[in-house]
Design a protein around this ligand. Structure first.
Ligand code: AMP
Ligand code: GLY
Length: 433
C-alpha cells in the first residue's frame, strides 16, 4: 500500500485525488492544501507547500510513498528537486525541466536546436528592437512575455500598432524579455504524455475553451471547459505529434541532461502542415485532467509511480470508449477579481449518477454551507457515448445547481458537435484548417 500526497487545491487536483482514491494500491491519501471536494476523499493538510522542508518533514512523518505535484509554480520553484534530494518519490519535473513551461525562450531555443515544429520566433530584451522586427514582419503576429503569466502574457496582434502596444505593455509589467512569434492558423488541441526521463507513455488528447465567453469571445482564462478525446487529433495526427514533437523533445531534454519526469502537456495548433507546438506545460491541464481522469480505466497510481521511478516502459494505459466533457462554473468577475463568499446549493442531488462528477476548485466551507472562494469554482463533468450526450448531461446537472452568482459557458464542445462556430458578428467561421 502506498501513501500519497497531492500538492494543490484546484479541480485538477480534485480529479487526481478522485482517480487515485480508486486505486487498490492506495494507502492513505493526503492533500495539501486541498479543497472541500478533496476533503471528502482525503485528509487535507494546510502545508505551506512552497516551503520544501515542511513538506519533507510531513512526508517522513506520514511515510508518503509518492508525492504528486499539481500546479506549475512549485515545480518551477524546485519542490520536486528538494523532495528527490531527500529521497522522497515525486511525480513532477525538476526546476530545470519545468523551464519547458516557465520559460518560453528556453522552449523555443530547444525546438530550434532539435527541429521541433513550432512558429518561427525571435527573442528580445529591448522594446525598440522588438518593434522594428514586428514592423518588418507585419501582422498578424504574436507577442509573448518570456515567463509565467497565467495565460495573460500572450497577445495575438492583428495589426502592427496593436503589436507595438503589447510590446510596451509587456516590457513595462513583466520585466525584460519577450518572444515575438509568427501567427499559426488552425485548430488548437492539447496532448498529454507521461515521462520518466527516458520512456514516454502517451495518454490522450483534449480540447480546452480558453476564452471566457460563448463563441470563444472575451478575455483568456485558465480554461472554461474541455472534452476528451478531441476529434481534431486523429490517430494519424497523434502518431505525427509523438514522432515530430513529443519524442524529439523528451530525447532533447535527456541529451541536454535535463530529463523530464512527470506529465508533459503539449498545446498544439493543428495546421494545414500538421501539428505544431504552441507551448509546453510541465503539469496536468486544468480542466483537461478532469476529463482525462473520467475516461481513464487503468489504475493511475502505478502509472504515476512508474513515471517517478523510471519504469514507465513496463506500463500501458487503457481508456473508456466514452467521451468526457467538463464545464467550468466560475464566480462573477472572473477572469478579473471574482466575487467571493456566495453560497452554492444543490450539489448533493447530483451525487447519485456515477457518470456525473462535480470537481471542486475555488470552494470553501463555512460550517455546512459551501461558498465560492475563487475564480474557477466548480467543474461539472460527465461521461457519455458522444460529445453531445455528455454535454447534455453536464448542462442538465448545472441547471440543478443553485448558485445565481456563478456563470458558465453554454457552448462547451461546439467544435466537436456543431463543426461551425457561431461568430459574434453573425458569420460562420470554418473549422480550423
Ligand atoms: P500560450 O500561453 O503560448 O499557450 O498562448 C496562449 C494562446 O495564444 C494559445 O492558446 C493560442 O490561442 C494563442 N497563440 C499562442 N501562440 C500562437 C501562435 N504562434 N500563433 C497563433 N496563436 C497563438
Ligand atoms: N487549461 C489550460 C491549462 O491548464 O494550462
Amino acid at each position: 500500500m502506498i501513501n500519497c500526497l497531492i500538492i494543490g487545491s484546484g479541480g485538477r487536483e480534485h480529479a487526481l485525488a478522485w482517480k487515485l482514491k480508486q486505486s487498490p494500491q492506495l494507502g492513505t491519501l493526503h492533500c495539501a492544501p486541498g479543497n472541500p471536494g478533496m476533503a471528502a476523499l482525503a485528509i487535507c493538510v494546510d502545508l505551506a507547500f512552497i516551503d520544501a522542508p515542511t513538506v519533507i518533514d510531513f512526508c517522513r512523518q506520514h511515510t508518503i510513498g509518492l508525492v504528486v505535484i499539481g500546479p506549475e509554480q512549485p515545480l518551477i520553484d524546485g519542490l520536486a528537486d528538494h523532495l528527490r534530494a531527500a529521497g522522497i518519490v515525486c511525480f513532477g519535473p525538476s526546476a530545470q525541466a519545468a523551464q519547458l513551461e516557465g520559460s518560453k525562450g528556453f522552449t523555443k531555443d530547444l525546438c530550434a536546436k532539435y527541429h521541433i515544429p513550432t512558429a518561427a520566433y525571435q527573442r528580445f530584451s529591448d522594446a525598440t528592437a522588438a518593434k522594428a522586427y514586428v514592423t518588418a514582419q507585419g501582422a498578424p503576429i504574436v507577442i509573448k512575455a518570456d515567463g509565467l503569466a497565467a495565460g495573460k502574457g500572450v497577445v495575438v496582434a492583428s495589426s502592427v500598432a496593436e503589436a507595438h502596444v503589447a510590446i510596451d505593455s509587456i516590457m513595462s509589467t513583466s520585466g525584460a524579455a519577450l518572444v515575438v512569434e509568427a501567427c499559426m492558423v488552425g485548430e488548437e488541441a492539447s496532448f498529454f504524455v507521461l515521462c520518466d526521463g527516458t520512456h514516454v507513455l502517451p495518454l490522450a488528447a483534449a480540447q480546452d475553451h480558453k476564452r471566457v465567453g460563448d463563441g470563444d469571445t472575451g478575455p483568456n482564462t485558465g480554461g472554461m471547459g474541455a472534452y476528451s478525446p478531441a476529434p481534431v487529433i486523429t490517430p494519424a495526427l497523434i502518431e505525427r505529434t509523438m514522432d515530430e514533437i513529443i519524442l524529439p523533445t523528451v530525447r532533447a531534454m535527456a541529451a541536454e541532461r535535463i530529463p523530464f519526469i512527470g506529465v508533459l502537456f503539449a498545446g498544439l495548433m493543428i495546421t494545414a502542415d500538421g501539428p505544431q507546438l504552441i507551448e509546453y506545460n510541465c503539469r496536468f491541464g486544468d480542466p483537461e485532467t478532469q476529463v482525462l481522469m473520467l475516461r481513464m480505466t487503468s489504475d493511475l497510481l502505478p502509472l504515476l509511480l512508474a513515471a517517478a521511478t523510471g519504469t514507465l516502459d513496463q506500463h500501458e494505459v487503457q481508456w473508456s470508449q466514452d467521451v468526457a466533457l467538463t464545464v467550468v462554473m466560475a464566480a462573477r468577475g472572473y477572469p478579473g477579481p471574482p466575487l467571493r463568499g456566495s453560497e452554492i446549493r444543490g450539489l448533493e442531488a447530483l451525487a447519485t449518477d456515477p457518470d456525473i462528477v462535480v470537481f471542486h476548485a475555488g470552494t470553501t466551507r463555512d460550517g455546512a454551507r459551501l461558498l465560492a472562494n475563487g475564480g474557477r469554482v466548480l467543474n461539472v463533468t460527465a461521461r457519455a457515448a458522444t460529445v453531445a450526450a455528455a454535454r447534455q448531461k453536464v448542462y442538465a446537472a448545472i441547471d440543478k445547481i443553485e448558485w445565481p452568482e456563478g456563470f458558465c459557458r453554454r457552448d462547451i464542445g461546439w467544435r466537436a458537435i456543431g463543426g461551425n462556430k457561431p461568430d459574434v458578428a453573425g458569420n460562420q467561421r470554418n473549422r480550423g484548417a
